[in-house]
Design a protein around this ligand. Structure first.
Ligand SMILES: C[S@@+](CC[C@H](N)C(=O)[O-])C[C@H]1O[C@@H](n2cnc3c(N)ncnc32)[C@H](O)[C@@H]1O
Length: 446
C-alpha cells in the first residue's frame, strides 16, 4: 500500500483482510433458507423458461419432457463409463438442458452449504474475488449471488471458466434473469477456455477463492498429475490468505481420487485446511479414503417432479446431497489445531495391527456420515496415520450416553474414543474399532 507523505511515498503492507463473520440476522436468514431445502423460485422458473426458449415449445410439453428424460439417462450412462470412454462434452443443447433439470438443483444447494461452511470457517472476506473453474451453467456463481443476497454488506466479484458454448449460453440467460446488475455480487461473463491451457486468458492477478466444483473428474484425461497441474497452475493466482475449494462427487472412485489428489497437492507445496487434519503431524497416504459429507435432501423442483411423473420415476429424481471436498491454502492455516505426540495416551492408527483383540484409546476425525444401519452404526475414522481404512462400529444395543456422541457429531469432528476393541476385518481389509457400552467418546473442540 502506498501513501503520499510530503512529496514522498510511504510503502506499507496491506493488512490481511478480516474474516467476514455472519451476524445473528444474517445467520437466521441463511438458516431459514436451508430449512426450506428448495432452490429459489426465480431460478427454478428461469430454468423452465430457458428450456422453453431453447426448444421453442413449452418446457412441460410431453415431447420435451420425454427428450429431457432421454438426455438425463444418456448423461448418467456416460458418467458411469470408465473415464477414458466418457464423452461429457456438453456440445448438444439437450445435454445442458438435462444438466439443468437433473444436476443443477442439487449442485446449487450443495454450493450453498459449502459457502456456509466457508463462512463458519472464517474463510470469507468482506470483499472477495472468486474464480469458478468449469462453471457449467453457472451453478457456483449463481449460488454465490443467492447466498450473498442474505448477507448485509459482503461483496464478491465472480469470474468463471468454461469451454462449452451451450453451457455458456445457459449461464448467460440464468445470470441475466437471476442476478440483479449493480448488486453486491458481480458475476462476470464466463471466459470460454480449456482449463488445461489457460495461459493467455485475461483474468485478475489474484483471487481470494478458487472453486473446482465437479470439474476435475470430467477432464478428458483425469489423471492425478493432470488434475494437480491445473490446480497448482491456478494456485499461482491465489492471494496469500486465499483458499482453494475442490468438490467432487461422493461415489467411491471419484471420492478416493479426490483425496489422492489432495495428497499430491500437498507434495507440490499447498497445505490442507480441512477436512483432513493430520493429528500426529505426519502426512497421510490416503489409503482407499472414501470420505464424503452429506446434507439434507432438497425438495423436488417442479421440473424434476414433472420428469418423475412416469413409471421409472427414480431415474429422474436427484435430491440427495453427498460430496467429497477439500480446502487447500498456500499458508498453513488449519480448521482446528489439535496435535498428538508420543506422550499422548492414544494409539496411532498405524499401530492398530499390534493390538488386534485388545482394548485401546484412540483419537481421530469422524470422516463419514452413517455407513451402517439401524442395527449397527458404522463411521469412518481417520487420524492421518492409517495404512488401511479404519471404522468405528457401534451395535445399537450398546448405545449409551457415554458413547452416542459419535452418531450426532458433525463430519470432520475430532473424537476421542476410550476403551474400544480392535478387530481386523478380513473381508474389507480394514480395522473395526468396536464401541460398546463401556466405551467413552468425547468431542474435542480445539
Ligand atoms: C459436471 S460440470 C460442473 C459444473 C459446475 N461446476 C457444477 O458444479 O455443477 C463440469 C463442467 O466442466 C467443464 N469442463 C470439463 N473439462 C473442461 C476443460 N478442459 N476446460 C473447461 N471446462 C471444462 C464442462 O464443460 C462442464 O461444464
Amino acid at each position: 500500500m502506498a501513501k503520499k507523505i510530503e512529496g514522498d511515498f510511504e510503502i506499507s503492507r496491506i493488512p490481511p483482510a478480516q474474516p467476514y463473520v455472519l451476524n445473528q440476522e444474517e445467520s437466521k436468514r441463511q438458516d431459514a433458507f436451508f430449512t426450506e431445502r428448495s432452490i429459489p423460485h426465480v431460478l427454478a422458473q428461469s430454468i423452465e423458461q430457458y428450456i422453453t426458449k431453447k426448444v421453442g415449445r413449452e418446457w412441460n410439453h410431453p415431447v420435451i419432457i420425454e427428450r429431457l428424460r432421454r438426455a438425463i439417462v444418456a448423461q448418467k450412462d456416460d458418467y458411469w463409463k470408465p473415464a477414458q470412454k466418457r464423452s461429457l462434452q456438453y456440445t448438444k443443447g439437450y445435454s445442458v438442458l438435462g444438466y439443468l433439470a437433473y444436476h443443477f438443483p442439487v449442485y446449487f444447494m450443495q454450493t450453498e452449504y459449502l459457502l456456509m461452511m466457508l463462512a463458519r470457517d472464517g474463510l470469507l472476506k468482506k470483499s472477495m474475488n472468486i474464480l469458478d473453474i468449469g462453471t457449467g451453467p453457472g451453478v457456483v456463481p449463481l449460488a454465490i449471488a443467492d447466498f450473498y443476497s442474505r448477507l448485509d454488506d459482503a461483496r464478491a466479484t465472480v469470474w468463471s471458466l468454461e469451454r462449452s458454448e451451450e453451457h455458456i449460453e445457459a449461464f448467460t440467460y440464468l445470470r441475466n434473469a437471476c442476478v440483479p446488475p449493480g448488486g453486491r455480487v458481480s458475476v462476470k461473463p464466463p471466459v470460454k477456455t480449456d482449463i488445461r491451457t489457460i495461459d493467455r486468458v485475461a483474468l485478475p492477478d489474484t483471487f481470494d477463492l478458487l472453486i473446482f466444483s465437479n470439474v476435475l473428474n470430467e477432464l478428458v484425461d483425469p489423471t492425478t498429475d493432470v488434475q494437480a497441474d491445473i490446480v497448482t497452475q491456478l494456485s499461482e493466482r491465489l492471494a496469500p490468505d486465499g483458499s482453494i475449494l475442490i468438490v467432487e462427487p461422493a461415489d467411491e472412485e471419484n471420492a478416493i481420487r479426490m483425496r489422492n489428489l489432495t495428497i499430491t497437492l500437498l507434495k507440490k507445496g499447498l497445505s490442507i485446511f480441512g477436512p483432513c487434519l493430520f493429528l500426529w503431524g505426519s502426512t497421510c497416504t490416503a489409503p482407499r479414503c472414501w470420505s464424503f459429507e452429506t446434507a439434507p435432501a432438497i425438495r423436488l423442483p417442479r421440473l424434476m417432479e414433472t420428469l418423475a411423473y412416469c413409471e421409472d420415476s427414480y431415474r429422474y429424481v436427484n435430491t440427495d446431497i453427498k460430496y467429497s471436498y477439500a480446502i487447500l491454502r498456500r499458508d498453513t492455516l488449519k480448521r482446528k489445531s489439535y496435535h498428538l505426540s508420543a506422550g499422548s495416551r492414544f494409539l496411532r492408527f498405524s499401530k492398530l495391527h499390534l493390538h488386534v483383540g485388545k482394548r485401546i484409546n484412540v483419537a481421530g476425525l469422524k470422516m463419514s456420515a452413517e455407513l451402517g444401519d439401524a442395527r449397527s452404526h458404522v463411521f469412518k475414522l481417520c487420524d492421518g496415520t492409517a495404512k488401511i481404512p479404519v471404522y468405528a462400529v457401534l451395535p445399537s444395543y450398546h448405545i449409551s450416553p457415554e458413547n452416542d456422541l459419535i452418531t450426532s457429531a458433525p463430519y470432520g469432528s475430532i473424537l476421542e474414543l476410550r476403551n474400544v476393541l480392535v478387530r481386523y476385518n478380513r473381508q474389507h481389509d480394514a480395522y473395526n474399532l468396536l464401541v460398546n457400552r463401556n466405551t467413552r467418546i468425547n468431542i474435542e473442540n480445539s
